[in-house]
Ligand binder design. Sequence first.
Ligand code: LLP
Length: 435
Amino acid sequence: MEIPKNRLLPDTAEINSLGHLEIGGVDTVELVKKYGTPIYLYDEMTLRNRMREFLSSLKEAYPKSKVLYAGKAFLIKKITRILAEEGLGLDVVSGGEIFIAKESNFPMENVYFHGNNKTIEELKFALEVGVGNIVVDNLDELRLLTSLVKRRPVNILLRLTPGVDPHTHSYISTGKVDSKFGFQLNSKDLKTAIELIKTDAFLNFKGLHCHIGSQIFDTKFFRMAAEIMAEQIVIFTKEWDLSVEELDLGGGLGIAYKPDDDPPTPKEMAVSVADPIGEVCSREGIKHPTIILEPGRYIVGNAGITLYTVGTIKEIPGIRKYVSVDGGMADNPRPMLYQAEYTAFLANKMNKPKAETVTIAGRFCESGDILIDKASLPKVENGDILVISATGAYNYSMSSNYNMCPRPIVIGVNNGKEEVWVEREKYIDLVRLQR
Ligand code: LLP
């Protein structure tokens, strides 16, 4: 096996003299001996590299810009601390995510609160702890917000539905005309919202937002969305006399999950949105807004891997060989939800040639709990350490206790040292809230 060149594995991935996979200078096989499996393992250097790359790519394409990390991809206190150090803001979608930011003293003015059905409690909590920006999704929310904001003005952005289909899985496509998210363009609701904003002194209109979807491989969709939003800036400025200080174009940049995946770079994404915005604003003589992008997957996806131990192996002659691991759909529901494809390695056999194609099955009680349909690996044996790469985004954050299995430990590695970021759940945690 070899380390793929397309940044599928963390930037620090190496094969050491024992033929073991090393991440962040730490031998993953040794790590497993110490902590058991499954492990969600993150490489801190890759996290920081991706954050810096995104910030500098956008700054270069469009100096007046900000990057927010989309916390839904993976949010724990450690991540918010790294974000603050690296100078990124944070996109949150729930009271729980706001709480995590607050617990780690994240600067609240750099937090943007999204969601199509924020509860009254969540909005109150956001206002109480000083969340800097509320991305208003619909008219009901705007009305609720006006009833809550009576003392200090609150910054708001309006989420619009640009009607762009980004050709990704329909569950992660959000900007099409038929979407639960955002105001439809030119709609009656949007007009009513604008009138309300103009009459309520406590609603400080800051700008517009859209997000077309996730795991996008063709930057032309980002360009299309930016073109549509540029037209909206013109309408808001000239027809409504509302100046758009910020234009948040969401996240969605795709990443590599397989050795031959070739996703666009942050630079390509940045250019695809900066060009149309810059052109339209110059042509129309409108003040150039701050452009905001909200990558989630790109920042954390390839920085993480999951380590499992191979348990039982079952061969059905002429059909397939099932290799079962000690995790599955509860720690990575993405294959079942989105038919997501992943790549496997054997951490203890990185120098061995590929010898067979097997199916990687999870340990949960469903036939559909298959992590990889066809994995090409060296000869697999009971006790091998199986790695699935690119599990850093939307794995821990979407994990569950299905079959009453405790969630895995989360470990970060950096400069030859490991650090436990989230402890492994114990059986006692499973009954902690039960009466
Ligand atoms: N901004 C907004 C408003 C979003 O809704 C999302 C993702 C992002 C930013 C970040 O998108 P990213 O850069 O991560 O693609 N659970 C699914 C992905 C759902 C994405 C939801 N929204 C998955 O595992 O593929």
